[in-house]
Ligand binder design. Sequence first.
Ligand code: SAM
Ligand code: SF4
Length: 477
Amino acid sequence: MDHLNKSQEVLEIPEREPARQQYFTEKCAELVSELSKSLGRPLTCCINTFGCQMNARDSEKLLGILEKMGFEESDSEKSDLVLYNTCTVRDNANQKVYGRLGQLGSIKKKNPSMLIGLCGCMMQESAVVEKIKKSYPFVDVIFGTHNIYKLAEIMYNRLTGKKMVVDIQKEAEEIVEDLPVERKYPFKSGVNIMFGCNNFCSYCIVPYVRGRERSREPEEILAEIRRLVADGVVEVMLLGQNVNSYGKNLKNPVTFAELLRRVNEIEGLERIRFMTSHPKDLSDELILAMKECDKVCAHLHLPLQSGSSRILKAMNRRYTKEDYLNLVERIREAMPEISLTTDIIVGFPGETEEDFEETLDVVRRVRFDSAFTFIYSVRRGTPAAAMEQVPEDVVKVRFDRLLKEVQAISAEVCGRDVHTVQKVLAEVMDDHQEGYVTGRLSNNTVVHFPGDESLIGKIVDVYLEESKGFYYMGTMR
Ligand code: SAM
Ligand code: SF4
């Protein structure tokens, strides 16, 4: 009889996506509802996201699926399901996950029916999965970056079986559209325009854990943004590891500049941001589109990584110090008001004092609004891991010098709009000062000003009264 039921079930399961996952979502919803009845309370889930905006967007999709199954969101790690969406760009992100997994294990000892899941970039590394299987056997589900859409099926397999479910896809297959999503903010949203990366910068693990570059069809992107706008979104952040190479692999190729112009036409949308731009692919066509599209924000994140042409070559970045400075000049000429931010790595293998001075030189010349500074972290399997490493104490001193320089410049540059009235998107209630709202200018600088909940999600005029270095204090006009 059981055998008959099983084959009946196999016949019922749709083969194609997203129908297959809809089927498993409904099956999980039945199981969750039974469990919840027996406990006399709803089941809760907590997703903890590490890393970049891509992961943040993936977590919104994961939460969307879990809510469809009947889970209620919670921020407590004592929830019925705790899911870590991991990052592996630098080793400290990995270490953080191992540390916290130990703590989760102790919580689970007190509540054995609790479920623990791990997903994201770290899980695409087989050595990590082996370590978890061996040292953290209490983990219930493990999946990777290419199959987050399969969460319902993975959860169903765990809920109907006894063992840890490990489902990692080595390569990305199709892009599965139309997943349920639960947005963190009602008024702004990330929108994936592409997945993966083909650049293989010699220090970076992303191409290995996120796969090759795949662009979404422009119609899918535009339809998603239109739906978001109809649902109250006023700002979108177009997401890709290198948005400037968007559309190259489509059957009918489209440039990122063309996509930007089409997104700009969407009625009701107020602000467009995007991330990340690789300097080697930033075209004059894109600069012109940014200048001409009124909804594109006055901010560009343009990762430098190093100011030394020699190191840039070793990093496989495919631009020189002069190319970068030249590009900045062209951007500033077209958009003098634009705010520029960047990423810089200190201590890449073989970096000499002279190379580091070149980085400082670019920082002083460009005068970035802000910069994310990172100490080079060895990533197993990347070409730079086999190169000669710079001693840790030397890197630490350089890192502190760079940080000081970046912060001093940033404090001078960020206040340039003081005593003017600017458009501000009110985003959250200020957690430090009661009765204040925190918002962002088009150039991404933070502003705090007196206001209430009713302003959240609205774009308002604010007089920037005082510059505090990295943010402003203002009043509404
Ligand atoms: N695709 C983006 C780009 O090309 O700028 C960024 C992706 S990565 C998640 C974000 C930043 O992490 C990079 O810009 C780089 O500065 C830093 N990063 C990547 N690999 C690193 C490593 N092995 N050690 C230190 N920082 C690293
Ligand atoms: Fe990593 Fe380079 Fe790709 Fe960015 S462009 S994700 S740094 S390989």
